[in-house]
Design a protein around this ligand. Sequence first.
Ligand code: SAM
Length: 207
Amino acid sequence: MGWWERRVVAAGFDRALDVPAIHAERARTLARAHGTILEVGVGTGLNFPNYPSAARRLSVLSREGPLDERANQRARAAGRVLDHVRGDAARLPFLDAQFDTVVCTFVLCSLQDPAAAIAEFARVLKPGGQLLFLEHVRAPGGARRFLQTIANPFSRALRCGCQLTRDTASLLRSSTLAIEELEEYDLAALDALHRRVIRGVAVAGSA
Ligand SMILES: C[S@@+](CC[C@H](N)C(=O)[O-])C[C@H]1O[C@@H](n2cnc3c(N)ncnc32)[C@H](O)[C@@H]1O
């Protein structure tokens, strides 16, 4: 991770996202995490306090290595044991059908090829395994969608590819995963450009 991403972008995300209302959404998203768990794009480890207590051991993937020190600290504080692997969400360095749960929060917005990453999540999930997701998405319309459209090129350039106008629900619906739960709503703790979020569960079928 370069200086800009670690000290400016990740630090900014960390400040904006490390608030009780967003931790509550993370805990709701992660309540079903069980078995062998992979968290993709782990960032500064803001999910670690929010897993169920039985989820002691986590496989975590970050695009760049080594793992961010804030993530290591949060893992220690939450009593999680991490198996850290460096890699790209669109080319996961794991075997097929390896995980019961894949977790992806605020990551699909930043990927160059989110459809490829979702296909990879489906590949590494066991049949019946679940993707738990929480993502900011494009606003349904009106002034907020207009602002997102204007701000999108700046967000992509300055915030490591983060797209404000991504229709992630459609990407999930057109994947091989079956949507079991999908809520779309405004999360008031986020600023107007990121406030629209989706949260839910998508399940892998048999290969
Ligand atoms: C906004 S941060 C979210 C971090 C964390 N998931 C959270 O919920 O706080 C986006 C993360 O996606 C990661 N990321 C971006 N592109 C990636 C890729 N191609 N493969 C894996 N991770 C990626 C970034 O390194 C960053 O940690």
